[in-house]
Design a binder for this molecule. Structure first.
Ligand code: AMP
Ligand code: MG
Length: 401
């Protein structure tokens, strides 16, 4: 029996990373992992400019009491440049985003001043400034985004604001995925007596894609040694990772162990966790192999705990673990000491604090518990039953990083 943490560390140590980079047009790089830091080739904004529609003036022209009338020498739209410099006694009508003319250091919003024919009257009590300084968002030469960052829409926009149109990102890790079991039927096709429809290949497929991987779907493989062997060899030839579900427990038809013994190397683990004890981890040639348990909750949980961090590392991400925090349990949670237990929970914020309850029945085949839940409740190895009101660790299902 090994601890969850030991298994995770062993796997991360074995996984080489990251996959090589490729250059993409910036808008296509959404959700990819940056392979090289982005350095700013210019200041953003490139010049001091007005934050409002109003009148640009030299602040020395505005008296500390009373009002001052200034001559309006022009009208500057965003995108235009004022060729001269403002002299004392002058103001320039200026639109939001237009560069500040030489001689001006403050802008009075148009709603705070009085326009009188060719002049503008500014009261000392009106609030000035309203200038966005050159380089206040990004300074030329600085690193604006570190390598290993997952590009969200805001990173994409920051990169294009620098005038860049290509970016170096890691290619998506390729993950070959298959379900094992004579009893597993393809959704959308008739089901024979005794069969169940495949859940795992689709929870795993979505999870791999959410984690930035590209799925190569190899379908359902029956519990036939030669077929499994051929499919695993094919899978390993085309992917960085091979992920299977089912066939890793100790039943007569649990063939993964035997077949992997012939075509690769494999560790067979009993992990001290609930749900989902059995886990196979190894190698077929250069490809990393994960054999996840068959029960739907167990396979998805094993993916989150063991495959996802490895996939993140392979993808080049800086952070490989999702955030956790504490919440107060609102009910009693049964817990066996000596293993790490993962309950599906409903986390909510009430009266200024986070609280969590379980989703109800927690069997490892009850996939609807994952649907009802929005987090994992993580109960550490040394812990026994949780009493109502105790703090527990929670890990939200939502997107990370
Ligand atoms: P196994 O580890 O192959 O003995 O599978 C354990 C349990 O998970 C059995 O009840 C299987 O029928 C079920 N199971 C295996 N694969 C899948 C799958 N792809 N979708 C849903 N249930 C599955
Ligand atoms: Mg099976």
């Amino acid at each position: 029996m090994i601890a969850v943490r030991e298994g995770q560390e062993h796997i991360l140590a074995q996984v080489a990373g990251p996959v090589p980079p490729e250059v993409l047009a910036v808008p296509r790089a959404l959700a990819r992992v940056l392979a090289a830091p982005v350095q700013a080739p210019l200041d953003v904004p490139p010049a001091d400019n007005s934050a409002v529609d109003g009148y640009a003036v030299g602040s020395g022209d505005i008296p500390s009491t009373g009002t001052r009338d200034l001559e309006v020498v022009g009208d500057l739209a965003a995108g235009a440049v004022f060729s001269g410099a403002l002299r004392s006694g002058q103001a320039l009508r200026i639109m939001t985003g237009a560069p500040l003319p030489a001689g001006a250091d403050t802008v009075y919003p148009q709603e705070n001043v009085e326009r009188v024919g060719p002049r503008v009257r500014i009261a000392s009590s009106a609030k000035g400034v309203n200038v966005r300084l050159r380089g206040e968002d990004v300074e030329a030469g600085g690193i604006v985004i570190e390598a290993g960052t997952v590009l969200r829409p805001q990173e994409i926009g920051l990169i294009t604001s620098l005038g860049l149109w290509q970016v170096s990102v890691h290619r998506r890790p390729r993950v070959a995925l298959l379900s094992t079991g004579d009893e597993v039927a393809e959704p959308g096709t008739p089901r024979k007596p005794g069969q169940i429809y495949d859940a795992n290949r689709f929870t795993l497929r979505g999870s791999i894609e959410q984690a930035g991987g590209q799925v190569l779907d190899l379908g359902v493989v029956p519990d036939v040694r030669e077929t499994l062997r051929a499919q695993l060899l094919e899978a390993s030839a085309m992917a960085d990772f091979v992920v299977t579900s089912g066939g890793v427990s100790v039943g007569v038809y649990d063939l993964v162990k035997e077949v992997l013994g012939e075509i690769g190397t494999i560790d067979f683990w009993q992990v001290a966790m609930q749900p989902g004890r059995p886990l196979a981890f190894g190698r077929i040639g250069q490809t990393t192999f994960f054999g996840l348990p068959g029960n739907p909750v167990a396979s998805l949980l094993a993916f989150m705990l063991f495959v996802r961090p490895a996939l993140y590392k392979l993808a080049g991400r800086r952070r490989v673990h999702h955030s956790t925090w504490h919440a107060r349990a609102t009910e009693r949670l049964p817990k066996k000491a000596g293993r790490r237990e993962f309950k599906r929970g409903v986390l909510s914020y009430r009266d200024g604090a986070w609280e969590v309850r379980s989703t109800g029945p927690q069997g490892s085949g009850i996939l609807s518990s994952m649907v009802a839940g929005n987090c994992l409740i993580v109960l550490e190895e040394d812990r026994g039953d949780v009493a109502p009101g105790e703090l527990v660790l929670v890990e939200p299902f939502a997107e990370p990083l």
